[in-house]
Ligand binder design. Structure first.
Ligand SMILES: CCC/C=C/C(=O)SCCNC(=O)CCNC(=O)[C@H](O)C(C)(C)COP(=O)([O-])OP(=O)([O-])OC[C@H]1O[C@@H](n2cnc3c(N)ncnc32)[C@H](O)[C@@H]1OP(=O)([O-])[O-]
Ligand SMILES: NC(=O)C1=CN([C@@H]2O[C@H](COP(=O)(O)OP(=O)(O)OC[C@H]3O[C@@H](n4cnc5c(N)ncnc54)[C@H](OP(=O)(O)O)[C@@H]3O)[C@@H](O)[C@H]2O)C=CC1
Length: 279
């Protein structure tokens, strides 16, 4: 783990080392994968960072590392599907750290299953985990910015939507909901000085991929024309770009970071059905 964190700390970045000095960044899902890379990058660029997720130990590992590097980072656990927990989380952050200026929503995930077999409980779990979760957090941030008469930036990490994604219809539906909400509030919240954007990663090498079956994993190199997964840092750079002053005229957009996967690529997350196998 410390080797991985060290590699994130040393990784090349396009950004100035004091870019976010004086800013507070909240990264949901910051205990692993894309969220962790984003949190570490914000910390390297001078922000005070708060990470959240359900598992305190995962958060502690990242915080301990960052603090040893001299960065300012805090880890507060929360189940983001519960609206009351989101409200309490914001109260805690404001009391102990300060009002977040920047929000990156990378908390989410799903399980792979053919759509026809999804149970109502499984569908609801994934919709709640990726639509309600992200919405509760982005709305709470916007409410606080409105109340305090200050702006902010929101970046939601979603999935690539253009061609659907066999094996994860539930997550496609949830993330399409986020895109619709994002495009709408980009207009409603512009007068408040709030920008809201999405990053759509292609297949990215994170712990999150552990839930996929071996037959799906074996075909992951077919996901894009580079024939490799992206790295969490390749996604983090885009999350940070959209949060930065360099993106001050960008709102309501989705930045796809998928190595060209939506132009050429195949991703069968629950495995390739017989019909689509070449003889
Ligand atoms: C490029 C695209 C690639 C994307 C990659 C990534 O996103 S990587 C990042 C990925 N990172 C992540 O995905 C991490 C986050 N992911 C998660 O935490 C879970 O996937 C979650 C969203 C379902 C959690 O919801 P939860 O805590 O409520 O979960 P729970 O365990 O209580 O299940 C609720 C119900 O869901 C159903 N069901 C669940 N699993 C399966 C299954 N394998 N099979 C079938 N069904 C399944 C089942 O009905 C279950 O109820 P039951 O029958 O047990 O009474
Ligand atoms: N890796 C990939 O190939 C791709 C990933 N994505 C998306 O990017 C996002 C980040 O994924 P990635 O970093 O790869 O995967 P991870 O599973 O590593 O990260 C997801 C994080 O979200 C947290 N989380 C999940 N649900 C909740 C919840 N209800 N409340 C609070 N925290 C929660 C998890 O922590 P904990 O379990 O401790 O709560 C975990 O740290 C996800 O939305 C994912 O679907 C999109 C496209 C491709």
């Amino acid at each position: 783990m410390s080797e991985l964190l060290e590699s994130l700390w040393q990784h090349d970045t396009a950004f100035r080392s004091d870019l976010f000095a004086g800013k507070v960044a909240l990264v949901c899902g910051g205990g692993s994968g894309i969220g962790r890379a984003t949190a570490v990058l914000f910390a390297r660029l001078g922000a005070t960072v708060v990470i959240t997720g359900r598992t305190q130990e995962k958060l502690d590992a990242v915080v301990d590392f960052a603090v040893k590097k001299g960065a300012r980072m805090h880890g507060f656990a929360a189940q983001l599907r519960e609206h009351e927990q989101v409200v309490t989380l914001f109260e805690k952050i404001e009391a102990e750290v300060g009002v977040p200026d920047l929000l990156v929503n990378s908390a989410g995930g799903q399980f792979p299953q053919d759509a026809i077999d999804l149970s109502p409980k499984g569908w609801n779990a994934v919709i709640t985990n990726n639509l309600n979760n992200t919405w509760f957090v982005m709305q709470r941030a916007a409410q606080r910015w409105r109340d305090l008469k200050r702006g902010g930036s929101i970046v939601n990490v979603i999935v690539v939507l253009e061609r659907g994604m066999p094996g994860v219809a539930h997550t496609q539906a949830a993330r399409a909901g986020i895109v619709g909400a994002m495009r709408t509030v980009a207009v409603e919240w512009a007068p408040l000085g709030i920008r809201v954007n999405c990053v759509a990663p292609g297949l990215t090498a994170s712990e999150g991929l552990d839930v996929y079956p071996p037959e799906a994993v074996a075909e992951f190199p077919l996901a894009n024309p580079f024939k490799r997964p992206g790295t969490p840092m390749e996604i983090a750079e885009s999350c940070v770009f959209l949060s930065a002053p360099a993106a001050s005229f960008i709102t309501g957009e989705t930045l796809t970071v998928d190595g060209g996967g939506k132009l050429w690529g195949e991703l069968w997350l629950a495995g390739r059905p017989e019909w689509y196998r070449t003889p």
